[in-house]
Design a protein around this ligand. Structure first.
Ligand SMILES: [Zn+2]
Length: 405
C-alpha cells in the first residue's frame, strides 16, 4: 500500500488511491464513486435476504458462516446433449444470430466438456485470435448449475466472435465489460429453466443460488472496495494492523446491520483477500459487470425487440472503445445513480418474490409435509448468477472473485 501510494500519488500525481485502477479499467472516477455509493444505499436488500434465509435453514439468525448455506438440495441432472439443446434453444429464442455463433463452437469441435483423468478443473473460454472460433473448456457432470456454466462460457465465445472484425489488440473487451455476454447468456438460460421447470426444489435452488451469487459478486466486492479506500487512507496515517482490522469490522457491521451474528474474528478476514494486496481496487469490476448485466436485462425485458440491436452493438465493440462510450451509444449513462439502482431493483424484486413463498423448514421437509406454495412470477425473476469457480482465460490477468467464504 505504501508502494502504491508512492508510485501513484507521489510520483504520478493521481488524486487518490482508486484513480489508477479506474484509468486501467478505462472508466471515469465519477462512475465508480456513484456505483459504490449506490451499493452502500442498497445494503438493506441483502440484509432482508439473510433474515429470510435464516427461516429456511431453521435458524433465528444466520451466523456470518452460514450465508451460503443451501436451502434446497436438488439432485436433478441433465445429459450433455440435452444441456446443449437447452442452451441453444434459449439463445435461439433470444436471437438466432447468437445461437448460430454458439453452434459454431460445437460444429468446429472447439469445446472440451468431458471429465477425464489429468484434465484441469473449472471452466473457461479462450478467445485467442479475432479470426478464430474460441475454445471452450467445461467439466460437465450434469447439474443445473453446470448447464448455466455452459451458457456462460458460450456467452464469452459469442462476445469474442461478434468482435472478430477488430484487431488482436482491441477485440477483447475491457475488464468492466468482460462478463457482459457471459452473464447475460446465463440469465437467458435461467429464465428458460424457471419458465419450464416444474420441480419446486429445483426452482428454489436456482433462485437462492442467484441471490447468493449476487451477494458474493456485487455487495461483498463493493464493500471490499470501500474498505480498501479507508485502508489506503489509514496506512498513510501510520495505522496499525489492529486499526485496519477494526476499520474492517466497522465495514462489515455497516454491510450486514443486525441481520447476521457477526463474530469478532471476522475482523481479520481482509488479511486473506489477495486482491487487496496484489491488485488494489480490482474487486469493484465484479460488481460493475454484474450490476450492468442486471440493468441491461431489465432493459431487455422492458424494450423487447428494440433492445437487441443495441445489445449486439455493445458486444461487437469488443475493447475498441472505452466502456463509457460503448454503453452511452446504447443510451446508458454509467455516471447516473439511477442506472445502477436499476440493477439493485431487480434484486429487490427477487427478494420480495422469495419472501412471499411459504417457508419450508428443514424439519418440515423431513416429515414430507405438503404445502401449497405460490410460484414466483416468472417475468419478475431476473437476477444474475456467477460461479466463483469460473476463471476466464480470455484475459489471463483476470483473477478469481475475492474469497467467497
Ligand atoms: Zn466469465
Amino acid at each position: 500500500m505504501r508502494d502504491w501510494h508512492n508510485e501513484n500519488i507521489n510520483l504520478r500525481k493521481f488524486k487518490n488511491a482508486i484513480a489508477p485502477r479506474n484509468l486501467n479499467n478505462d472508466v471515469p472516477d465519477e462512475a465508480v464513486e456513484t456505483l459504490l455509493g449506490v451499493a452502500r444505499k442498497n445494503a438493506g436488500i441483502f440484509q432482508r435476504y439473510f433474515r429470510m434465509k435464516a427461516k429456511y435453514v431453521g435458524m433465528k439468525k444466520l451466523r456470518r458462516y452460514d450465508i451460503y448455506a443451501p436451502v434446497a438440495a436438488s439432485k436433478k441432472t441433465y445429459k450433455f446433449d440435452e444441456a446443449v439443446n437447452m442452451v441453444l434453444d434459449a439463445f435461439n429464442a433470444f436471437e438466432p444470430k447468437v445461437a448460430g455463433l454458439a453452434k459454431r463452437v460445437f460444429d468446429q469441435s472447439r469445446i472440451d466438456s468431458e471429465i477425464r483423468k489429468g484434465k484441469r478443473g473449472g471452466a473457461f473460454c479462450w478467445g485467442f485470435l479475432p479470426e478464430e472460433t474460441p475454445y471452450v473448456l467445461v467439466n460437465y457432470r450434469g447439474t443445473g448449475r453446470e448447464v448455466a456454466t455452459l451458457a456462460h462460457e458460450l456467452g464469452h465465445a459469442i462476445h469474442a466472435m461478434l468482435a472478430s472484425h477488430h484487431s488482436t489488440f482491441t477485440f477483447h473487451s475491457s475488464l468492466p465489460l468482460a462478463e457482459t455476454a457471459s452473464t447475460f447468456a446465463e440469465m437467458i438460460l435461467i429464465d428458460k429453466l424457471l419458465a419450464e421447470e416444474k420441480d419446486e426444489s429445483v426452482r428454489r435452488d436456482i433462485l437462492f443460488k442467484q441471490m447468493d451469487d449476487a451477494y458474493a459478486t456485487i455487495m461483498r466486492q463493493s464493500y471490499f472496495a470501500l474498505f480498501e479506500k479507508t485502508a489506503h487512507e489509514l496506512v498513510q496515517k501510520n495505522a496499525s494492523v489492529d486499526d485496519l482490522s477494526n476499520a474492517y469490522l466497522d465495514n462489515l457491521k455497516e454491510q450486514f446491520g443486525d441481520a447476521l451474528d457477526l463474530s469478532d474474528e471476522f475482523k481479520w478476514e481482509w488479511v486473506g483477500i489477495p486482491h487487496i494486496f496484489q491488485v488494489p481496487f480490482y474487486v469493484y469490476a465484479y460488481a460493475f459487470g454484474q450490476l450492468l448485466v442486471l440493468a441491461l436485462y431489465q432493459q431487455f425485458k422492458a424494450e423487447g425487440e428494440s433492445f437487441k440491436p443495441k445489445y449486439l452493438k455493445i458486444l461487437s465493440a469488443g475493447g475498441s472503445e472505452a466502456p463509457e462510450k460503448i454503453l452511452s451509444e446504447a443510451g446508458i449513462n454509467i455516471r447516473d445513480p439511477k442506472f445502477w439502482q436499476g440493477g439493485f431493483d431487480v434484486l429487490e424484486k427477487l427478494v420480495s418474490e422469495l419472501e412471499k413463498l411459504p417457508v419450508e423448514k428443514p424439519a418440515a421437509k423431513a416429515k414430507k409435509a405438503k404445502t401449497v406454495r405460490r410460484q414466483p412470477a416468472l417475468g419478475k425473476i431476473k437476477a444474475a448468477k456467477k460461479s466463483v469457480k469460473k476463471v476466464s482465460k480470455a484475459r489471463p490477468a483476470r483473477g478469481r472473485k475475492a474469497g467467497k467464504k
